[in-house]
Design a protein around this ligand. Structure first.
Ligand code: GDP
Ligand code: MN
Length: 388
């Protein structure tokens, strides 16, 4: 689960991390009053669950409270599109106003769970700010990492080596050392999977100041973080992904694809996506209905797929183990009729009761294309693409 920048700041402030003074507002008048109370010169920032706001026009340095008000008037209640939001963008309902920091240098610092080393890892870059993605691609030598033992935490000797590489001004590295220790504490105590400070700047007084922060909370730990769960902002979530979560479906929308995939098991889902790509099409989503799926889940999954207007073909690839293929088939037919769907449906279905499952599909008015294996799936997709 993602949270807003202003909420992430609150969370880090509880762990003794200091930010420039700031306050959130939701109307131009509020933004004006906050800016005025800060002396007029402020940075005003759209609050959405996405980075890349600076480049998208969602962050502005304003020279007066009136300018802050005008800027917020232009942005509040619009959808801000960044390179991370997809074409629909996210609705801006709140803006954050902060004092301006005089930037001498922009760094990057984050802590995240690294699946390769299976531990929390700090990443720092000498070149932070809005072009961090470019640095990551072209300037690997300026990116440093430090793994943390999940049981022992940060080892002091490693931390010393890590911060030495950053070559910060001043005699000691006490500011960065305490920042890193505090980030680690916040990360562990809130069950985060990411804390990212970009930019972390050196200001005109050689102080280290975080100017932005992004926090992601591990969904699987939300059951024990009821207070954090209250920070959830459903308006910032892809509505289909939200719906899918309620039915315990693992659904991720992918941009640019035209094949709606319904699969069970993450491994099979990925193999299916590979086959789709190999045939020259591209999956429009990842959708894992789970091993012990039932009729209602299948119907909801089908509804989610059909509601995606980019989809031209539906590809169902299921292995009926605990779930029964005939019940799955009934779910597909019922949802298909309910939605009056005419899109071609490629089905590969194996396992328990698959024969009676196929009987049900064949006796329905589905625009059905039967695949006996993954190779068939690819061939059928190619044929459908040719005849379109
Ligand atoms: P993001 O683009 O969504 O990551 O939003 P940020 O909060 O990181 O802001 C984008 C950029 O605005 C930063 O990389 C900074 O270069 C700039 N910026 C943000 N706050 C300040 C500030 O207080 N002073 C100055 N000079 N620039 C700022
Ligand atoms: Mn940023």
């Amino acid at each position: 689960m993602n949270i807003h920048e202003y909420q992430a700041r609150n969370m880090l402030e509880k762990h003794n991390i200091k930010f420039p003074k700031g306050k959130v507002g939701s109307t131009p008048k509020e933004i004006y009053n906050i800016a005025k109370s800060f002396g007029g010169k402020v940075v005003v920032k759209a609050q959405i669950h996405s980075g890349g706001r600076g480049k998208a026009g969602g962050v502005k340095i304003c020279n007066s409270a009136i300018e802050a008000k005008e800027f917020s008037k232009k942005i509040i209640n619009t959808r801000l599109i960044t390179n991370q939001t997809g074409p629909e963008g996210y609705l801006v309902e709140k803006m954050f106003v902060t004092e301006i920091t005089d930037i001498k240098k922009e760094l990057y610092l984050s802590l995240l769970i690294d699946p390769d080393s299976e531990c929390p890892v700090f990443i720092a870059s000498l070149h932070g700010g809005m072009d961090i993605e470019k640095t990551a691609e072209s300037n690997q030598a300026h990116i440093f990492k430090m793994n943390c033992d999940p049981f022992l935490g940060i080892k002091p000797y490693k931390l010393k080596q890590f911060v030495a590489k950053l070559n910060l001004p001043g005699d000691d590295n006490s500011q960065i050392v305490s920042l890193i220790n505090n980030i680690y504490k916040a990360f562990i105590s809130n069950d985060c999977s990411l804390i990212e400070i970009n930019p972390l700047v050196i200001d005109d007084k050689a102080n280290l100041v975080p100017l932005d922060c992004k926090i992601t909370i591990d969904d699987d730990a939300l059951f024990r973080n009821k207070e954090i769960l209250k920070l959830r902002d459903i308006n910032q979530e892809n509505t289909m992904e939200t719906r899918a979560k309620d039915y315990d479906l693992a659904y991720v929308k992918l941009t640019g694809g035209n094949v709606g995939c319904m699969v069970n098991g993450a491994g099979l889902a990925m193999a299916t996506m590979d086959i789709t790509t190999k045939s020259g099409c591209y999956p429009a989503n990842f959708l894992d209905v789970g091993g012990s799926t039932d009729k209602e889940k299948i119907k909801e999954a089908f509804r989610i797929l059909v509601s995606d207007k980019e989809i031209k073909y539906i590809l169902i690839n299921l292995f009926a183990g605990i779930a029964k293929a005939d019940l799955i088939a009934e779910g597909i037919v019922e949802a298909n009729n309910e939605l009056n769907n005419k899109l071609p449906i490629i089905v590969s279905m194996r396992g328990t009761n698959s024969e009676s499952g196929f009987e049900i599909l064949k006796n329905s008015n589905l625009n059905l294309h039967v695949a006996n294996n993954l190779g068939d799936v690819s061939k059928l997709l190619l044929e459908l693409e040719k005849t379109k």
